[in-house]
Design a protein around this ligand. Structure first.
Ligand SMILES: NC(=O)c1ccc[n+]([C@@H]2O[C@H](COP(=O)([O-])OP(=O)(O)OC[C@H]3O[C@@H](n4cnc5c(N)ncnc54)[C@H](OP(=O)(O)O)[C@@H]3O)[C@@H](O)[C@H]2O)c1
Length: 317
C-alpha cells in the first residue's frame, strides 16, 4: 500500500464523497472534509481518521487554511441545479480557480478534480457542462505548479444515488406512469465504488499526472432502459410515456419551478448529448467496472441487507 497521506476532500460529505472518504480512510489515509454544515457528513464521524470541518470553501483564506499541511486535495463539489448564491459559475468554475490558487499557496501539488462527461466551456449544451469545462480549464492552466488528474464520469449509481433511487421513489407515486423527457439519451452508468477506486488508485500514480480519465460502466443504456431496469429490480409497475422534445422542454421548465427541481431546463439541455465514453479510463487504471444489473438488487431489490441475502441463500440450499 502507498504511504499514508493527508488529503483534503471537498465535497466529501456527498454521495460520491462518502464512498471515497470511506475508501481513503480504509486505505490508511488521514482525511479532512469541509462541509457547509447543516448536519451533512455526520455519518463520517465514526471514522477516527476523518476530520469533518464546518467551513466556507468559497472564501480564499479559509480554503488556504484547509489545505495547510495537506499532501493532496480532491474536489468533488458540484451541483445539478442553481439555488440562491450557488450558481454553476461560482460552485464549479470560480471555486476551481480559487482552489488552484490555494493549492499553490499551500504548496499542495496533487489535485484530483471531479468533472463530468461532456464538460466543455464553449460547446457544452448546458450551463452545468460549460461550468464544469471552465473548471477543467482552470486546473489545466495551473499544470506547471500542479500534478492534476481530472475525472469525467457518466452517471454514477449506488445505494444512495439520486438516479435509480429517484425513479424508484417516483414510479409508485404516479401509479407507474412516467412522462419521460429525452428517453433516448444514452448513458454508461458507473458504480460509485468503482469511481472511488479510480480516485484512490490514481492518487499516487505518476502516470496519471496531467491526464483526464473518462469513467464509464460496462453497459450503454438509454434513459428509458435505465428506468425500466430500476422498475424491474424494485418490482414496480412502469409505463413510460416518451415525451417529444417540445413537451420534454415544457416539463423541464415546469419541474424546474417545483421545490427540489426534479428536472430543470439546464438538466434537459445536459441530456441532449450522450453521456458515453470515447476511451474508458477504468481500463487504463486496471479496474473492471461493475454492471448495474449485478448491483441494483443489493439496494433496490427485495434483498437489501446481507442477513436477508444469507437467509435467501439458505432457503435455496
Ligand atoms: N452523481 C452523479 O451521477 C455524477 C455524475 C457525473 C459527475 N458527478 C460529479 O461528482 C461530484 C459529486 O457528485 P455527488 O453526486 O456526490 O453530489 P452530492 O451528493 O450532491 O454532493 C455534493 C457535495 O458538494 C458539496 N456542496 C454542494 N453545494 C455546495 C456549495 N454551494 N458550496 C460548497 N459545497 C457544496 C456538498 O457538501 P455539504 O452539503 O456538506 O456542504 C456535498 O459534499 C459533483 O461534482 C458532480 O458534478 C456526479
Amino acid at each position: 500500500m502507498a504511504a499514508p497521506l493527508n488529503i483534503c476532500v471537498l465535497g466529501g460529505t456527498g454521495f460520491v464523497g462518502t464512498e471515497l472518504v470511506t475508501r481513503l480512510a480504509r486505505d490508511g489515509h488521514w482525511v479532512r472534509v469541509p462541509t457547509r454544515g447543516q448536519g451533512h457528513g455526520q455519518h463520517l464521524g465514526v471514522l477516527s481518521t476523518v476530520e469533518l470541518v464546518t467551513a466556507n470553501v468559497h472564501d480564499p483564506r479559509t480554503l488556504a487554511q484547509l489545505l495547510c499541511g495537506m499532501d493532496a486535495v480532491i474536489n468533488l463539489i458540484g451541483i445539478l441545479n442553481e439555488s440562491g448564491r450557488a450558481s454553476f459559475q461560482s460552485v464549479h468554475a470560480d471555486l476551481a480557480g480559487k482552489l488552484v490558487a490555494a493549492a499553490r499557496g499551500a504548496k499542495v501539488r496533487r489535485l484530483l478534480q471531479m468533472s463530468a462527461l461532456g464538460a466543455d466551456p464553449e460547446r457544452g449544451p448546458s450551463r452545468y457542462l460549460r461550468s464544469k469545462g471552465e473548471a477543467e480549464g482552470h486546473i489545466r492552466a495551473a499544470a506547471p505548479h500542479l500534478d492534476y488528474t481530472i475525472f469525467r464520469p457518466s452517471v454514477i449509481f449506488g445505494p444512495r444515488d439520486s438516479l435509480t433511487n429517484r425513479f424508484a421513489a417516483l414510479l409508485p407515486l404516479a401509479g407507474g406512469f412516467l412522462p419521460l423527457a429525452r428517453s433516448q439519451a444514452r448513458f454508461a452508468p458507473a458504480y460509485v465504488g468503482d469511481v472511488a477506486d479510480a480516485f484512490a488508485r490514481t492518487l499516487g500514480d505518476r502516470a496519471s499526472f496531467g491526464e483526464t480519465h473518462e469513467l464509464c460502466g460496462p453497459q450503454i443504456l438509454t434513459l428509458e432502459e435505465l428506468v425500466r431496469m430500476t422498475a424491474a429490480v424494485a418490482r414496480l409497475p412502469c409505463h413510460i410515456l416518451r415525451l417529444p422534445d417540445t413537451l420534454g422542454r415544457l416539463q423541464a421548465a415546469l419541474l424546474g419551478l417545483v421545490p427540489g427541481k426534479p428536472l430543470s431546463l439546464d438538466n434537459f439541455r445536459s441530456l441532449t448529448v450522450d453521456s458515453v465514453c470515447t476511451q474508458n479510463g477504468f481500463a487504463r487504471l486496471g479496474i473492471s467496472p461493475r454492471h448495474m444489473m449485478a448491483l441494483l438488487p443489493f439496494y433496490l431489490g427485495p434483498f437489501t441487507a446481507p442477513a436477508e441475502l444469507d437467509a435467501a441463500r439458505k432457503t435455496n440450499d
